[in-house]
Design a protein around this ligand. Structure first.
Ligand code: IDC
Length: 303
């Protein structure tokens, strides 16, 4: 039975993501690196192996908006859009969930490219109306100047655009300071159904302070989905902190929160899950994986 057959259409109920029978669903899976950087992982062989070998039930497609061949800057829009569609089509074919991640970062505020975002999400939701596999992550990591009020204004503009085609779609929303200020969403939540707030952590940088904040919000009933994380530093590199990582895993277990790992790449940095030079798109052995990759695989396989 594939993940979609198992859970069906997802819904946010109180503080949980739930399946068709009302059961709690924790989605585990991997995020691509920037789609323009690493397009090769968006293929059937890899997605199938992620599902069957790594235990991924969800793949996140990270579409950078601003940096290096960004969708809103110097990227090839058509090519990038086609890559997002390829990823979604593969997820549908393989019965896994897929997150369309509007990967804002350097531009700080989601308002910078709000017009582009509106066009992108209008188009995507029109192509996949009512698609139960597809989760919309409308702003990866607001930071810098972006306030929660800015993010709310953006979300209030984008969510209706998506909902016009997919009234029941789950929408994931980031908070200020690189998706770490979940308490602002708790104090002033969005007035829409099926919204889940994202929390991102990098275990070697984000320790107890962020876990305590997350726990407070979870305890108070805020629905949270970790749509990006690693056990390295927030730079994406540096030695993994296994002790902090174990505490994060424990916390997410306790509150039944899903987790998506960063990232599908064979780069030099420690958050790339494959060893540098690994060319494989499936059949990864222990020798092909960095500690980060092994950590995620262990969790996803034994969940
Ligand atoms: C990093 C990539 C790195 C790339 C950089 C560009 O790992 O190869 O050069 O982006 O800015 C995030 C971001 C994510 C980052 C990641 C690691 O969402 O885009 O990826 N990170 O720094 N937030 C916290 C850490």
């Amino acid at each position: 039975m594939d993940p979609l057959q198992k859970y069906g259409r997802l819904k946010v109920c109180g503080d949980r993501l739930t399946g068709e029978k009302g059961e709690t669903v924790r989605l585990f899976g991997m995020s691509t690196h920037g789609l323009a950087w690493q397009p090769k992982y968006v293929c059937r062989e890899c997605f199938e192996a992620l599902r069957d070998e790594m235990g991924c039930e969800c793949i996140r497609l990270a579409l950078y908006t601003h940096q290096y061949k960004g969708y809103c800057t110097d990227g090839d829009k058509e090519e990038l859009y086609a890559l997002v569609k390829k990823g979604i089509d593969l997820a549908i074919e393989l019965g896994i969930y897929v997150i369309a991640d509007w990967h804002i970062l350097m531009e700080e505020s989601p308002l910078t490219y709000a017009d582009e975002a509106e066009r992108f999400f209008a188009s995507l939701s029109a192509e996949y109306p009512g698609c139960p596999n597809l989760i919309y992550e409308i702003c990866n990591e607001p930071n810098g100047v972006a306030t929660w009020e800015d993010i709310k204004a953006y979300a209030e503009r984008i969510i209706p655009v998506i909902r016009a085609n997919s009234p029941e779609a789950v929408v994931a929303v980031g908070t200020p300071e690189w998706a770490q200020r979940c308490e602002l969403a708790l104090a002033d939540p969005l007035d829409f159904d099926n919204v889940i707030y994202t929390l991102h952590f990098y275990a070697a940088t984000h320790g107890k302070f962020l876990r305590d904040r997350a726990e407070k919000c979870l305890e108070a009933g805020l629905p949270i989905f970790v749509t990006e994380c690693s056990i390295t530093e927030a730079t994406g590199d540096g030695a993994p902190d296994m002790e902090s990582a174990a505490k994060w895993a424990e916390l997410l277990d306790l509150y039944q929160v899903g987790m998506i790992g960063w990232s599908l790449s064979a780069g030099f940095d420690q958050s790339s899950v494959f060893k540098q030079g690994c060319e494989k798109l499936s059949g990864w052995s222990d020798e092909d994986l960095k500690p980060t990759g092994k950590w995620f695989r262990e969790i996803f396989r034994h969940k």
